[in-house]
Design a protein around this ligand. Structure first.
Ligand code: ADP
Ligand code: ZN
Ligand code: ZN
Length: 748
C-alpha cells in the first residue's frame, strides 16, 4: 500500500546505536497532526512494541521498500510540538557538544511530562511594608507571638507558603482571619515572584536613562530597526545601569510584537531583580527557576507557547522557551560558569543563544562587569559589538582596596589567618557598628602546594597548571598526568614552610570567634544553606543586622546589597588562583572584582582587604584597581602562550567506568584512535593525557581524561564524531561511558 507522506522519526531512547532517524509512513487520517516536532507512538523493533518518538522530518519519498515501512500508530494528543527551529537547534547542539540527538531534543523541549500543577496556596503581603513593620513592632510589644511570627516571615519573604505557615509557624484560623481582615495579606494560589500589588505594570519609578545608557540603547535599536542582527556585549560594572538598558530595549522589541528571553544566574534571581521586571512589564513576564516543580515549569512553557507572555526570565534552561516569534535574548552576567550545562550535551548558553538568534532572526545582548575572555575577544575580532559603561548610575565612591602580602606577615611572625591590616580594620568597623564580610574561596581547596615564605607554587612543567597534592605525598597534574614527589623544602627559596594550601569557612568562623569575641558571626556555605531557603534566611538575617560578620564562600559575593557593609576581607585570594585549571586566573579576577564591589554600596565608604602570597599577580592587581582591560591583555598573553581557549579550543574526553581496569583500557583505546585520526588526516591537533581526572573517582566510578587542543573547533567536532563512531562499533567497552566537553569550565 502506498502512502502520500513519510516521516523521519527519532526514537525516544538515549542510546548511541539508536541515534539515527527511522522512516515511518503517515496514514491519511494523521496527515494533519503529523507535523515536524510532533510526538508520536510507533511500532519499533522485532516485536513491534510501541514506543514514543518525535517527527524530525517529512517527505513524499520512501527511503526503502514501501512494504518494509511501518505506519505511525498515533500522534500524541495534548503534548507540545517542538518548534521546528528548536529541532534544528537540537541537531546543532548534538553536533557541537556531543551526546545523542535524543539528549539534545530533551534539552530543547519543555519538561517532558505534563505534570498536573498542584494547587499551592500562599499568603502574600499586600500592605505597604512600612505599615506592616509598624504593626509587627506593635504585636511584638503586645506579646502576640503568633501574629508577630507570621508578620516577620512575610516581611522577610513577601509571600509565604500557606501549608508552611500552618505547620511550621502554627498559624491558626484566628490569626489568619486577623491578617486578612486587617488587609495585611491576601491568600492566593502560588505564582512565585508575581508582584501582588502591581500586576499591571506602572510608570512609577521609571528612571531617566543617562546619556551613556541612552547612546547604547539608541545604537542597538538603530541596528534592530535597520534589520541588522548581531550580538552585543555591554561591559559595565555592577550598578552601572545595564538592567535599565535591557528593559528599555525589551519594551521596544515587545511593542514590535516579539518576545524576549532574559537569562540571569539562578543565584541572582532574587525577588528584587525580578520585581523590577514586573513593575515595568506587569503580567506579560514569567519566570522559571529550579525550585519550581516540573509541572510549574511546564505550565510556564505553555504560556509562552500560547502567547500569554512576552518575557521569560530564568537561568540557563529558560533559553529554550518555545516563543513563536522570538526577538531578543539577553544574558546578564554572561561570564558566569552556570551558563555551561554540566550534563551531556554540555552546551554553553551564550553560544546556543547566538545560534538560536541566528535561526530565528533575533539578536543577543550579553552583559557583565567582568566579561568572559571568550566574549571580550569576540569583540576584539569584530564578531560582537562592545559597549562600555564605566560609572555607577547612582553616585557611589569606589571602595578603597588594600593588598596585603602574606609573606610579610609570616616574616613579622604573624601566623594568624588574619593579617594585621585586616584585623585592625575589622576591629574598627565593629566599634562603629558597621558590617563585615569575610570571603573564602572554596574553589581549588583540593590543595595546590605553595611556600608561605616566598609564595612559590608547585606547577606542572608541561601545562603551567598548579600541581595538586595527594595524600600519598605525590603532586599530580590533572591535565597531562605528570607527577613528582612532594618536596620537603621550597625549591625556590629553601624554606620549610611549604605545604598544601587550604582554609575552610568553618575554620575561619572558629578563628574569628576567638579573635573578635564580642562579634556576632554568621556563616554561609554549602553546609549552612542545605535546607530549603537556607540561603535566603542567612542573607536576610545579615541584611537585618542580626550579625556583624558574615563568613562565606562565593555565595556571599553575589546578588544582594548590604548598605551597612563597609569592609570586605578576602582571606586567601590565591585559593582560586591556583585551582588546577587554566581558567583559574580569570575566575580569581571575577571573584575578587565581585567581592570588592560588595563594599560601600551606599553612604558609608567601603574598604577591601585582599590577602595574598602574590601581591604582584595581574589578576589580583587588576581586580584591586578595577582595570578589566589590563587583566584581559595579561591573561590573553598566557592563553596565547599555552594555546588555551579562547585562543585555541579544547575538547575534553572523559571516560568513566566502575571497573578501574576497563576505564584504563578504554581511555588508552580512545587515545590511540585519536592519535591515528590526527596522523591520518595530517592534523596539527595536540593531545594531552590520558590522565586520571582531578576527581579521579566519584562514587566508585573511575574517571580518566584526555584533552585535545586545536585552533579549529570543527576539527575537534570531527574527532568527537570519529570517537563516537568507534566506541559505538566496538562492543568491548560496555559498562564504560564516553563523554565530551568542549572548552570545559568545571572541575573534572
Ligand atoms: P546593573 O544592571 O548594571 O547592575 P542597574 O540597572 O541595576 O545596574 O542599576 C543600578 C541602580 O541604579 C538601580 O537601582 C537603578 O534603578 C539605578 N539606575 C540605573 N540607571 C539609572 C539612571 N539613569 N538614573 C538613576 N538611577 C539609575
Ligand atoms: Zn619558598
Ligand atoms: Zn601537566
Amino acid at each position: 500500500m502506498a502512502y502520500k507522506s513519510y516521516a523521519d522519526i527519532i526514537i525516544d531512547i538515549s542510546h548511541e546505536n539508536l541515534d539515527k532517524t527511522y522512516q515511518y509512513a503517515v496514514p491519511d487520517n494523521l496527515a494533519s497532526s503529523a507535523v515536524i516536532g510532533a510526538p508520536v507512538v510507533v511500532p519499533f523493533g522485532k516485536g513491534s512494541r510501541t514506543i514514543k518518538g518525535y517527527i524530525v522530518g517529512l517527505s513524499n519519498e520512501p527511503k526503502i521498500e514501501v512494504e518494509k515501512i511501518k505506519p505511525i500508530n498515533s500522534v500524541i494528543k495534548g503534548a507540545p510540538v517542538i518548534e521546528s527551529h528548536l529541532i534544528r537547534l537540537a541537531y546543532w547542539i548534538k553536533e557541537n557538544y556531543g551526546g545523542t540527538i535524543n539528549d539534545a531534543l530533551k534539552t530543547v523541549m519543555p519538561v517532558k511530562k505534563a505534570v498536573r500543577i498542584k494547587e499551592h496556596r500562599q499568603l502574600t503581603l499586600v500592605m505597604h511594608r512600612s505599615e506592616a513593620e509598624r504593626i509587627y513592632e506593635e504585636q511584638l510589644k503586645k506579646n502576640n507571638r503568633a501574629r508577630a511570627r507570621i508578620l516577620k516571615a512575610l516581611l522577610d519573604e513577601q509571600a509565604i507558603d500557606y501549608d508552611m505557615a500552618v505547620k511550621s509557624l502554627n498559624m491558626n484560623t484566628g490569626v489568619l482571619a486577623w491578617l486578612t481582615d486587617n488587609g495585611i495579606v491576601k491568600t492566593e494560589s502560588r505564582q512565585i515572584y508575581r508582584n501582588p500589588i502591581n500586576n499591571q505594570g506602572t510608570a512609577k519609578n521609571r528612571v531617566e536613562l543617562n546619556a551613556e545608557q541612552q547612546a547604547i540603547v539608541d545604537e542597538i535599536l538603530k541596528d534592530y530597526y535597520e534589520g541588522k542582527r548581531r550580538t552585543y556585549l555591554i561591559h559595565g560594572i555592577t550598578g552601572s545601569g545595564k538592567t535599565e538598558i535591557y528593559m528599555d530595549i525589551i519594551s521596544k522589541v515587545v511593542s514590535d510584537g516579539k518576545q524576549v528571553i532574559v537569562l540571569i544566574p539562578e543565584i541572582a534571581l532574587t525577588y528584587q531583580t525580578v520585581n523590577r521586571f514586573y513593575e515595568r512589564f506587569g503580567d506579560r513576564v514569567s519566570i522559571l527557576n529550579s525550585r519550581m516543580s516540573d509541572g510549574e515549569r511546564y505550565d510556564q512553557s505553555l504560556r509562552a507557547k500560547r502567547g500569554e507572555i512576552d518575557i521569560m526570565i530564568g537561568p540557563r534552561s529558560a533559553l529554550f522557551t518555545p516563543f513563536k516569534n522570538l526577538g531578543l535574548i539577553i544574558i546578564d552576567e554572561e561570564h558566569e560558569g552556570s551558563y555551561k550545562n554540566e550534563t551531556t550535551p554540555k552546551y554553553h548558553a551564550v553560544e546556543v543563544a547566538v545560534k538560536r538568534a541566528e535561526l530565528t532572526g533575533s539578536f543577543v545582548i550579553l552583559g557583565s562587569a567582568t566579561p568572559s575572555l571568550e566574549s571580550f575577544s569576540k569583540c576584539a575580532s569584530g564578531d560582537y559589538k562592545l559597549f562600555t559603561l564605566a560609572k555607577r548610575a547612582k553616585d557611589a565612591n569606589p571602595p578603597k582596596v588594600w593588598i596585603v602580602d602574606l609573606r610579610e606577615e609570616l616574616k613579622q611572625k604573624n601566623r594568624s589567618i588574619f593579617s594585621r591590616k585586616l584585623k585592625s580594620l575589622i576591629e574598627e568597623k565593629l566599634s562603629r557598628n558597621e558590617q563585615i564580610m569575610l570571603f573564602i574561596n572554596r574553589r581549588g581547596y583540593s590543595g595546590f602546594v605553595n611556600c608561605r615564605s616566598c609564595g612559590h607554587v608547585m606547577k606542572c612543567r608541561h601545562c603551567d597548571i598548579s600541581l595538586t597534592y595527594h595524600a600519598d605525598g605525590r603532586l599530580l597534574c590533572h591535565y597531562c598526568g605528570y607527577e613528582e614527589p612532594m618536596p620537603k623544602l621550597c625549591p625556590s627559596c629553601g624554606s620549610k614552610y611549604i605545604a598544601a594550601f587550604g582554609t575552610g569557612t568553618q575554620k575561619v568562623e572558629e578563628i574569628a570567634r576567638r579573635e573578635f569575641p564580642g562579634a556576632r558571626i554568621l556563616r554561609m556555605d554549602t553546609d549552612t544553606t542545605r535546607n530549603k531557603g537556607g540561603h535566603q534566611r542567612i542573607l536576610s538575617a545579615f541584611a537585618r543586622h542580626e550579625a556583624d560578620i558574615l563568613v562565606g564562600t562565593q555565595m556571599i559575593v553575589k546578588g544582594h546589597d548590604f548598605p551597612l557593609v563597609s569592609l570586605v576581607g578576602i582571606i586567601a585570594a590565591d585559593l582560586s588562583l591556583y585551582a588546577g585549571d587554566f581558567r583559574a586566573g580569570e575566575r580569581t579576577f571575577q571573584l575578587l572584582s565581585q567581592a570588592a564591589g560588595r563594599a560601600g554600596r551606599d553612604a558609608i565608604p567601603g574598604e577591601v582587604v585582599i590577602q595574598t602570597y602574590h601581591p604582584g599577580h595581574y589578576s589580583i592587581l587588576a581586580a584591586a584597581t578595577g582595570n578589566y582591560e589590563e587583566f584581559y591583555e595579561q591573561e590573553m598573553l598566557y592563553r596565547r602562550l599555552m594555546q588555551y581557549p579562547p585562543v585555541a579550543h579544547i575538547l575534553l574526553v572523559l571516560v568513566t567506568s566502575k571497573d578501574e581496569e576497563k576505564s584504563e583500557n578504554a581511555v588508552k583505546y580512545a587515545a590511540g584512535i585519536i592519535k591515528e585520526y590526527i596522523d591520518g588526516n595530517k592534523l596539527a591537533s595536540q593531545v594531552i593525557g590520558p590522565a586520571p581526572a582531578e576527581l579521579s573517582r566519584i562514587k566508585d566510578v573511575y574517571r580518566r581524561v584526555i584533552y585535545i587542543k586545536d585552533n579549529n573547533y570543527d576539527i575537534l567536532v570531527g574527532i568527537k564524531n570519529h570517537l563516537e563512531d568507534c566506541f559505538g562499533n566496538t562492543g568491548q567497552f560496555s559498562g564504560c561511558n564516553l563523554q565530551f566537553d568542549f572548552n570545559p569550565m568545571g572541575t573534572y
